[in-house]
Design a protein around this ligand. Structure first.
Ligand code: SAH
Ligand code: SF4
Length: 435
C-alpha cells in the first residue's frame, strides 16, 4: 500500500484542510507514513500570509528535493494557498514538484498524486467543488475544527488570503451540522467553527440564515460542550450575534477580534472599514452584554506609512483595551495586494523595534489577564494529563487559559469547575470543585 506524509504550514483553516486532504487519501486507499523518509507521496500544505511562511515552505521543500534525488520515484505535491498564489511559477522555482493543487481543488489530490508518476507537473487550481460535501473525520482529540465558509470578500490591503482562497462561499447548514455531529460522535467535545470572516456567514444563503442562527443550531446538537469560532471581523459584528453570544449555552464567551492597528489613518489605508472609536464601541457593547468576555486580537506593525505616532496609538490601544491575548506581526508585503505597492515602507530596524515594544505591552496585558483570574471559578475542559505535574490534569478555560489541577484520567474530555489559586508564566493552577 502506498503511503503519504503531509506537512502543514499556517492557520487553523490550513490544519482543517489537511485533515480533509488526509481523509481523502485514506479513502482512496493510501496510508499515513510516520516520516518523510519512507513515504511515497510528500505533501506540503502551504501558507501565503507572510513571506516567512513562504521561505519555510521552500526550505522544507529543499530537504524533500534532496530526498527525491536519492529516491526519484517519490512524488512531491505543493498544495494550499501558496500553490494557488504561485500557480505555474511553482514549477519554475522547483521543477522537482510533481503537482500543485489550490485550496479549492483539494479533493483532486488523490487523482493528481496517482497520475503524477506518469504526467509530471499536474496542476489544479480552480474550484473543483471542495467546499461541498462532508468529510468523514478521523478522531484527533477533544477539539474539532469545522469550516463554515471558504474564501474572503474583504480585500484588506495587506492580505493575500482573498487572492489565494477566492471569494466567500458559505457551506450549506446541513453539511456543517452533519460534520459537527460526526465529530461529536467520534469523541470531540469542543467545536471550533472556522472562516475568514464568520460574521458574514450566510450572506449567500438567503434571509433566514446568519452566523447567530448557525450557532443556535450547532448548540442544539447532543454532546457538544463548547463552541468556539474564528475569525470575526469587527466591521460585521451584528447586534444579533452579540445577543447570541450572551444567550447560547456552550458558546465560549471569548472572541478573537483582530484590531490590526490603533491609528485611524492606518486602519483606513488597510481598508479595514472601521475606526478605533467604532472598535472600542463594539468592545464596550460586547463587555456590557457578556460580562467577563475574553478578548484576543491580531496587530500588524510597520504597515506602509505607519508613523511613530500611529504606532504609539496601537500601543495605547493595547493598554486601554485589556486584551487577554494578542498576536503581533511585522508587515510583510505580499505580491498582488494593494499594500505591496504603497509608498512609505517602514525600515526593517524600525519594524523590529516596534515589534519588540508592542510584544512587551502584550506580554504585560497577558500577565494581567491571567492574574485577574486568580480567586475565580472557571470551567475547564480537561484535555490531557499534565506531563510536568504528577497526578494533575490540564485543560483550557473558555478564554483559552491553560489550567493545571489535581485530577484523575477519567476526567479527560469532561468540563470540570475549578477554583483558580495561582498564576505562573504560561498558565494557571487550581483546585477542582468536587464533581
Ligand atoms: N481572516 C482572518 C485571518 C487573516 S490572516 C482575519 O481577518 O483576521 C491572520 C492575521 O495575519 C491577520 O489578522 C493579520 O494580522 C496578519 N496578516 C495578514 N496579512 C499580513 C501581512 N501581509 N503582513 C503581516 N501580517 C499579516
Ligand atoms: Fe485577509 Fe482581511 Fe479577509 Fe481577514 S478579512 S482574510 S485579513 S482580507
Amino acid at each position: 500500500m502506498k503511503s503519504f506524509y503531509l506537512h502543514t504550514f499556517g492557520c487553523q483553516m490550513n490544519e482543517y484542510d489537511s485533515e480533509r486532504i488526509a481523509q481523502g487519501l485514506l479513502d482512496a486507499g493510501w496510508q499515513v507514513s510516520p516520516d518523510a523518509e519512507g513515504a511515497d507521496l510528500l505533501l506540503l500544505n502551504t501558507c501565503t500570509v507572510r513571506q516567512l511562511a513562504e521561505q519555510k515552505a521552500f526550505s522544507l521543500l529543499g530537504r524533500w528535493i534532496a530526498l527525491k534525488r536519492r529516491r526519484p520515484e517519490v512524488v512531491i505535491g505543493m498544495v494550499g494557498c501558496l500553490a494557488q498564489h504561485l500557480a505555474q511559477d511553482a514549477f519554475k522555482r522547483a521543477p522537482e514538484i510533481d503537482f500543485i493543487a489550490g485550496p479549492r481543488a483539494l479533493t483532486r489530490i488523490p487523482e493528481l498524486a496517482e497520475k503524477a508518476g506518469r504526467f509530471r507537473h499536474g496542476a489544479e487550481i480552480g474550484d473543483s467543488g471542495y467546499g461541498h460535501g462532508v468529510t468523514t473525520p478521523v478522531f484527533h482529540g477533544w477539539q474539532a475544527r469545522v469550516a463554515v465558509m471558504e474564501g474572503c470578500n474583504q480585500f484588506c490591503a495587506y492580505c493575500a488570503v482573498p487572492h489565494a482562497r477566492g471569494r466567500e462561499m458559505s457551506r450549506p447548514v446541513e453539511d456543517i451540522l452533519q460534520e459537527v455531529e460526526k465529530r461529536l460522535m467520534s469523541g470531540a467535545r469542543e467545536i471550533m467553527l472556522l472562516g475568514q470572516n464568520v460574521n458574514h456567514y450566510g450572506f449567500d444563503l438567503g434571509k433566514e440564515m446568519d452566523f447567530a442562527e448557525l450557532l443556535r443550531q450547532v448548540a442544539q446538537l447532543p454532546g457538544v460542550s463548547r463552541i468556539r469560532f474564528m475569525t470575526s471581523h469587527p466591521k460585521d459584528f451584528s447586534p444579533r450575534l452579540i445577543k447570541a453570544l450572551a444567550e447560547i449555552p456552550h458558546v465560549c464567551q471569548a472572541l478573537h477580534l483582530p484590531l490590526q492597528s490603533g491609528a485611524d489613518a492606518v486602519l483606513s489605508a488597510m481598508r479595514r472599514g472601521y475606526t478605533l472609536a467604532a472598535y472600542r464601541d463594539l468592545v464596550e457593547r460586547l463587555r456590557a452584554a457578556v460580562p467577563g468576555i475574553g478578548l484576543s486580537t491580531d496587530l500588524i506593525v510597520g504597515f506602509p506609512g505607519e508613523t511613530e505616532e500611529d504606532f504609539q496609538a496601537t500601543v495605547q490601544a493595547v493598554r486601554d483595551l485589556n486584551f487577554d491575548m494578542a498576536y503581533c506581526f511585522k508587515f510583510s508585503p505580499r505580491q498582488g495586494t494593494v499594500a505591496a505597492t504603497l509608498p512609505g515602507a517602514v525600515f526593517p530596524d524600525v519594524r523590529e523595534k516596534r515589534l519588540g515594544e508592542l510584544l512587551e505591552n502584550i506580554r504585560q496585558a497577558a500577565v494581567a489577564s491571567q492574574a485577574g483570574h486568580v480567586g475565580k471559578r472557571e470551567k475547564v475542559l480537561v484535555e490531557e494529563m499534565d506531563p510536568s505535574r504528577t497526578g494533575h490534569v490540564k485543560g483550557r478555560t473558555p478564554i483559552n487559559h491553560w489550567v493545571s489541577f489535581p485530577g484523575p484520567e477519567s476526567w479527560l474530555g469532561t468540563e470540570v469547575p475549578v477554583n483558580i489559586t495561582a498564576a505562573y508564566p504560561g498558565g494557571l493552577l487550581g483546585e477542582p470543585e468536587t464533581k
